[in-house]
Design a protein around this ligand. Structure first.
Ligand code: M3L
Length: 288
């Protein structure tokens, strides 16, 4: 089984992640708290109360976990294509796989990475939602002191299953939308690249960016539900399950609730996924 794809997936994921984390914090807050009027209001308030560091809350864990998550995604994607089409990454330019194969491989990668991602994503969301400034004298201390403390508290309070809160919504969010992610990327690359040639760096950047946007646009409704289920129980309301969360959110806040965070998700998705695909392709080219 070729391992380069796993390593390239890891490095490219980490680069994209750092670039996109401030956008991600604003998004999570907009989705789960009702105190902000919009992106600008949330950005300004976060900066005023918590300084620039506020935007990087909850980042250390994703950085560690992206090693597993993105390498599972890209590694499983590429190896599934190998099984389906008997072509390696380098051979695929001359013998491009069908879009159905690309979709199935993307969904397989998406499904498996969702389970690796679930506990890390839960901890990230819990930490991002702590709006207390880090070191304020006399103020109430934040509930979680950091990622390890957060993981340990959830484990103690709710057992190992607690760490998988929202995992089902996350799997539903990621399986089809990562299929869409790779199909969009391939489709865009093939539109502007002559047959048999490698796409140029600009093509990879633009196709990666748009693939990220397409995937996030389709993922946003379930992203909102996922974040809410992850926050359930913490001073927020408990839900009976995914459907209950969907129905009660829509009843109380209207259908627009499913699009919360859409603009910021898209703004974040372009640079993050442009850099992810560019470094992924570049590394595989380098090692090829
Ligand atoms: C499937 N879903 C839309 C959730 C993610 C797709 C892109 C994944 C990328 N690591 C990123 O963070 O943007």
């Amino acid at each position: 089984m070729p391992v380069e794809e796993f390593v390239a997936g890891w490095i490219s994921g980490a680069l994209g992640l750092v670039l996109g984390h401030p956008f991600d914090t604003v998004k999570v807050r907009l989705q789960t708290q009702n105190t902000y009027r919009g992106i600008i209001d949330c950005t300004v308030k976060t900066y005023r109360h918590e300084s620039i560091l506020g935007f990087f809350k909850g980042m250390s864990f994703p950085i560690a976990s992206i090693a597993v998550v993105n390498s599972v995604l890209f590694g499983v994607y590429s190896n599934t294509l190998l099984v389906l089409t008997a072509t390696s990454h380098h051979e695929r330019r001359l013998q491009p796989p069908s879009y159905t194969h690309v979709f199935v491989a993307g969904c397989t990668g998406g499904f498996l990475q969702a389970y690796c991602l679930a506990p890390f994503d839960l901890i990230k969301v819990r930490l991002q939602n702590q709006t207390e400034p880090r070191a304020r004298q006399g103020g109430p201390p934040p509930r979680y002191r950091g990622p390890v403390h957060c993981a340990a508290s959830i484990f103690q309070e709710e057992g190992p299953r607690g760490l998988f809160r929202g995992a089902w919504a996350l799997t539903l969010r990621d399986t089809p939308t990562l299929g869409i992610y790779f199909v969009s990327y391939e489709w865009l690359c093939r539109q502007v690249t002559p047959d048999g040639q490698n796409p140029s760096s600009t093509t990879v950047l633009v196709a990666g960016g748009f693939a990220g946007i397409t995937s996030w646009v389709t993922a946003t409704p379930l992203d909102v539900i996922k974040s809410r289920m992850q926050m359930a129980g913490l001073g927020q309301r408990e839900y009976q399950g995914l459907l209950d969360c969907m129905v009660s959110s829509a009843r109380q806040e209207g259908l627009g609730v499913f699009f919360r965070g859409l603009t910021i998700n898209s703004a974040r998705a372009f640079p993050v996924n442009a850099v992810t695909f560019l470094s992924y392709e570049y590394l595989l080219h380098l090692w090829g």
